[in-house]
Design a protein around this ligand. Structure first.
Ligand SMILES: Cc1ncc(COP(=O)(O)O)c(C=O)c1O
Length: 469
């Protein structure tokens, strides 16, 4: 059997993967979704769970009716499902539902018990802005350096740890990069972090949909103190995320958001906060989102995370072996197909002399292929990978501040999910071949304010495909 044919049936598990979309030529084609590092399509199991739940949906926690009790149970069951999925232990950890990873990390930044002695956070130069900016506002933040091809420089990590060991409160590191797909050695970093008396957060937004996460007991030196996930990257796009972390942290201090649900009792003179997780879930929660996330997790568990990882590694190895055939195409990060199982299927690339915004636009408008281009909310990492000189970076900064993103440095990113196939890789490679030979039909005009390219005289009629009316 040729490796070009997909033999599993994972694709059947998903909603909308055979959707037809319009192209500039007037033809329709099956959409090829290669933007899974941003958001993933829904699993059918998620759609079914939400459909089955909605007739019984009602208020949670304090409602006395049958539907309220059922909804409360579904919400709390979802919490247990998330905790079991990441190896958390209810005696040591709590799971706080929120909107997404960004909200979760911001919450931890506000709730972490920094002290005068321990007020340093070590993060890295490869982080998504969501695991960098919240720390800059909350503590003295140190960025660990990177190797030239964008891996975490573990020697620098060790020396920063040594330098800050007396004042280090927290290491905040990504489990996997949303730009290069690199997986960090999180359990080893956790051991080193705990050895100097600090705690560790692993941003699992990117890792959790593709690799098993195991928080381990806090007795184990390699445990993870906090992790975050985003359901829209895990095939459950209903607006939920979770922060799973130490009960002792969330059992003390004032909640960052205060209001309904966060208290034991309130008088005009006194407020007694509830225990975790209620203290940190102010207001009415997103019950449907939690039910959806739990359904996605159960489906992923049925598939098994080893199978998810193996399938995506095969796609990645195949893509890394085929993409260099495209004239003028440059890959970033680890280019070796033999290492595909050691990283995620997130592949950054560019085509010589062609703006990344333009290549991405042509892929979308003419080939029905969805990728992403730009900096992927990781500006420092992209500047590092592109090896820009300080002058080039400064020029880019000035242009952006002047309202002109037309020359914004960046890359194109193709990222795989469980439902992608070898045929999807072939479609991408074939389209990039044609683009590299200037075989495209639109006259593309750039909007300098956004940097994006639009084909002149053509726009899809979205109403034909979806309208909320
Ligand atoms: C590694 C990483 N961290 C954090 C985030 C932020 O996730 P969200 O937008 O769901 O808050 C992302 C999103 O792409 C990510 O890839």
């Amino acid at each position: 059997m040729s490796p070009h044919q997909t033999t599993n049936n994972y694709r059947e598990l998903f909603v909308g993967v055979d959707a037809q979309v319009p192209t500039l030529s007037g033809e329709q084609c099956t959409y090829v979704s290669l933007d899974n590092a941003a958001s993933t399509p829904a699993l059918k199991a998620v759609q079914t769970a939400v459909d089955n739940f909605l007739p019984y949906y009602s208020s949670v926690h304090r409602g006395t009716g049958f539907k309220s009790q059922l909804s409360t149970r579904a919400y709390e069951d979802a919490r247990n499902t998330v905790m079991a999925f990441v190896g958390a232990n209810p005696a040591e950890h709590t799971c706080i539902f929120g909107k997404n990873t960004t909200e979760a990390i911001n919450k931890l930044a506000r709730r972490f018990p920094f002290t005068e002695q321990r007020n340093v956070v070590i993060t890295s130069g490869m982080e998504h802005h969501s695991n960098d900016l919240p720390w800059r506002g909350a503590a003295h933040t140190v960025h660990v350096g990177l190797t030239p091809d964008g891996c975490l420089d573990e020697e620098d990590f060790d020396s920063q740890l040594e330098r800050h060991k007396g004042s280090l409160a927290l290491v905040a590191i990504t489990g996997a990069s949303n730009v290069t797909g690199y997986l960090n050695p999180i359990y080893r970093l956790a051991e080193k972090t705990h050895a100097v008396g600090a705690q560790i957060l692993v941003d699992c937004a990117q890792m959790a949909p593709h690799r098993a996460v195991d928080m381990r007991s806090i007795e184990d030196p390699s445990h993870l103190d906090y992790i975050t996930i985003s359901a829209h990257k895990m095939y459950a796009p209903f607006g939920t995320g979770a922060l799973v972390g130490r009960r002792d942290t969330f059992g003390r201090g004032d909640p960052d958001q205060q209001g309904g649900g966060t208290v034991e009792i309130v008088t005009l003179d006194e407020v007694v906060w509830a225990g975790p997780p209620d203290r940190d879930e102010a207001g009415s929660p997103n019950t449907v989102g939690a039910v959806a996330l739990a359904a996605a997790i159960k489906q992923l568990e049925k598939v098994r995370m080893e199978n998810v990882a193996n399938h995506e590694a095969e796609l990645t190895a195949y893509a890394l072996s085929r993409l260099p055939e495209v004239p003028g195409l440059r890959l970033y990060g680890d280019k070796d197909p033999a290492n595909a199982h050691k990283r995620l299927g997130v592949i950054p690339l560019e085509i010589d002399h062609m703006p990344h915004f333009k290549v991405a636009a042509i892929l979308g408008h003419e080939y029905g292929i969805g990728v992403r281009s730009g900096c992927f909310c990781a500006h420092p990492y992209i500047l590092h990978l592109l090896d820009l000189t300080p002058d080039q970076s400064e020029r880019a900064r000035e242009h952006v501040l002047a309202g002109d993103k037309s020359e914004l440095p960046g890359l194109i990113r193709a990222s795989f999910g469980l439902y992608n196939t070898f045929e999807d890789v072939d479609a991408l490679v074939e389209a990039l071949h044609r683009i590299s030979r200037a075989e495209y039909h639109g006259e593309y005009v750039q909007d300098r304010a956004t940097g994006e390219y639009i084909p002149e005289g053509w726009a899809p009629n979205f109403e034909e495909y979806f309208s909320s009316a």
